[in-house]
Design a protein around this ligand. Structure first.
Ligand SMILES: Nc1ncnc2c1ncn2[C@@H]1O[C@H](COP(=O)(O)OP(=O)(O)OP(=O)(O)O)[C@@H](O)[C@H]1O
Length: 227
């Protein structure tokens, strides 16, 4: 099976002189379609930087990222924009929903950007909200939903454009442990059903058992987690 995601010897640093921080130091990794990888590591070890480089939100100083056969590191800004609208989706710790839009409208945003026609859009939005168990809350705004429900909306929004790769940065960080476990289980189920390659960063040891593989980031280096 060919790899959906290939990260080859990627380095990324910030700042200059004494303030220079090497966030990624020669990181390599491959993941197959449908694989769920968890990345753990202390605060500041480089996890977010890795997700940003993989998703084309940031460019590495050296190395290569290949997603679904396309070299992300060689893309111009238009290519990266298309990548972020189609191939890759993000879920953030802070949900990132638009407060004045309802759940249905929030989930519809990626399809509006892709100029999907309204009838198909409505259908796909309803389906995505149903997948995350929120069919009864489509007209509520984020402020009227619990944290777990807001994260479900964010997951529906991330999946509605049918990405090949899902990047989730501490998706359970603002949730209690029970809700966090539900959200991780949901991500794992959807990743498997939709054969999405999924990279999740988390500090929560209880959540790591759901992943196919656990990797450990330490001081900019990535390695299989011990134990
Ligand atoms: N835009 C930036 N400018 C300067 N330094 C940065 C920037 N982004 C990240 N860094 C530094 O790079 C290192 C890695 O940061 P990163 O956010 O990737 O860590 P992390 O493992 O995701 O941490 P956390 O678990 O706290 O989110 C840190 O030392 C951080 O201060």
């Amino acid at each position: 099976m060919s790899d959906m995601l290939v990260v080859q010897d990627v380095s990324r640093g910030f700042g200059t002189g004494e303030a220079r921080v090497e966030a990624l130091r020669g990181v390599s990794l491959t993941a197959a379609a449908g694989e769920l990888l968890a990345v753990r590591g202390r605060s500041g070890s480089g996890k977010t930087t890795l997700l940003n480089v993989v998703g084309g939100l940031d460019r590495p100083d050296a190395g290569r990222v290949v997603l679904d056969g396309a070299d992300v590191t060689a893309m111009d800004d238009d290519g990266l924009l298309a990548l972020r609208r189609g191939t890759v989706s993000y879920v953030f710790q802070s949900f990132g929903l638009v407060p004045i839009l309802t759940a249905r409208e929030n989930v519809g945003v990626p399809l509006r950007l892709l100029e999907v026609d309204p009838a198909e859009r409505e259908e796909r939005v309803a389906e995505a909200l149903e997948h995350v168990g929120l069919s009864g809350h489509v007209n509520q705004r984020p402020g009227e939903l619990s944290g777990g429900q807001q994260q479900r909306v964010a997951i529906a929004r991330a999946l509605v454009a049918r990405p090949r790769v899902l990047l989730a940065d501490e998706p359970t960080g603002q949730l209690d442990s029970e809700t966090g476990r539900e959200i991780m289980t949901l991500i794992a189920r959807l990743a498997s059903e939709q054969r999405m390659t999924t990279l999740v960063t988390t500090h929560d040891p209880a959540l790591l058992s759901i992943a196919d593989r656990v990797l450990e980031m330490a001081d900019g280096h990535l390695a299989p987690a011990a134990g």
